[in-house]
Design a protein around this ligand. Structure first.
Ligand code: PLP
Length: 366
């Protein structure tokens, strides 16, 4: 049987049916109904955040968070990373803002905080860092820079569901954090996402933006879109949240098995556990150094593929090298380029069998 890089976590069918029964009785399918509200409350508790607004997906959540901060079409620049999923950059550009790419730290693949300040100009309005693979950015350094230069910080925390730093939920840092609940993520609502924040003034703004700008009933205050999370997806979220502990524990076992097989191998670089971080084991990125390992990343990718194992070149290419952005931005981000050429994310999901992990490692090490 083929093994893919990820497989969606799912609840028991019975459990989901129980959760959607009230929806069939009430005919209340969407528009922030009782299941949405129940799910929102549970998530606020689980993530340990003050406020949370739920969205149809993580991308729209991020796009609308940037909008809600009042940054849209301000002719502003946003410092971000080229080593991410394209959604991060699209969310900035679709708000009429200009991304300024900062290189990454090769140890964590997150934004290199020592390079942020040199990119700040009088047009800079925000920083949009990414907790890549669930590896946390240096949130303290970013906070300091943002305060000093009066910048907004909106984290792309799509990979960091449930991660804690010094015992604090990661959604508490910066002005806002976006979580993705896409089918492929650690926690899913099929499609879905959220913005966590602490300033109450964004509650109404985000609510309006995802519902056409409608304020209460009779007036439309803003030019919003439609990005509401419906009741069925909220029900899926409630079911999957019940199982999140076992889901992360299963990933941890996979993670530890990979590490036991691959650490110390010449030319194979694994991500190290981060100090003070409670991780979620979202991905298993491996950097292959062709010179030392003897095989390139693309080589390993093809060898796994020949055995019906589909790892992923994630993220490749770097954003500033993608066709849609090519030639528009400088390419002076060598660490991001190098990571995009050398990293393969190996299959990692709840329920991946340890003997399959062994098979994957055997092929890599052969
Ligand atoms: C998945 C992902 C997104 C987008 O989230 P969706 O819920 O799929 O819209 C944004 N950024 C990163 C880093 C992601 O991995």
């Amino acid at each position: 049987m083929s093994i893919y890089v990820t497989r969606s976590s799912m609840p028991e069918l019975e459990d989901y049916i129980n959760e959607i029964k009230p929806i069939f009785e009430s005919h209340h399918l969407t528009n922030m109904g009782p299941v949405y509200k129940k799910f929102q409350k549970q998530l606020i508790e689980y993530l340990g955040v003050k406020e949370l607004s739920l969205f149809v997906n993580g991308h729209m959540a991020l796009e609308m968070a940037i909008h809600a901060m009042g940054l849209r079409c301000s002719d502003g620049e946003v410092i971000t990373t080229p080593f991410t999923f394209v959604s991060t950059t699209h969310a900035i550009v679709r708000n009429g803002l200009k991304p300024v790419f900062c290189d990454i730290d090769p140890a964590t693949y997150t934004i290199d905080v020592t390079k942020i300040e040199s990119l700040i100009t009088d047009k800079t309005v925000a920083i949009v860092p990414v907790h890549v693979y669930g590896n946390l950015c240096d949130v303290e350094a970013i906070d300091e820079i943002a305060k000093k230069h009066d910048l907004k910080v909106i984290y792309d925390a799509a990979h960091a569901f449930g991660v804690k730093y010094k015992g604090v939920g990661i959604g508490n840092f910066g002005d806002a954090s976006m979580f993705s609940f896409h089918a492929t993520k650690v926690f899913n609502t099929i499609e879905g996402g959220a913005i966590a924040f602490h300033d109450k003034k964004y509650c109404e703004k985000l609510h309006e933006l995802k519902n056409f700008g409608i304020h209460e009933q009779d007036d439309v205050l803003g030019i919003g879109g439609n990005a509401k999370l419906d009741e069925f997806r909220a029900a899926m979220g409630i079911c999957n949240l019940r199982r999140i502990g076992e889901c992360i524990a299963s990933r941890k076992a996979v993670y530890e098995h990979y590490r036991s097989r691959l650490s110390g191998v010449e030319g194979v670089k694994l991500s190290s556990p981060q100090k003070d971080v409670e991780p979620n084991y979202a991905y298993f990125p491996v950097y292959f150094d062709k010179q030392k390992f003897g095989k390139s990343r693309d080589n390993v990718f093809e060898q796994l593929k020949a055995e019906d194992i589909f790892a992923r070149k994630y993220f490749y290419p770097a954003i500033n090298e993608l066709s849609c952005y090519k030639g528009q931005f400088p390419l002076d981000t060598p660490n991001a380029h190098k990571a995009s050429m050398g990293i393969l994310t190996l299959p990692m999901y709840e329920g991946l069998k340890l003997e399959d992990v062994d098979r994957i490692c055997d092929i890599i090490l052969k």
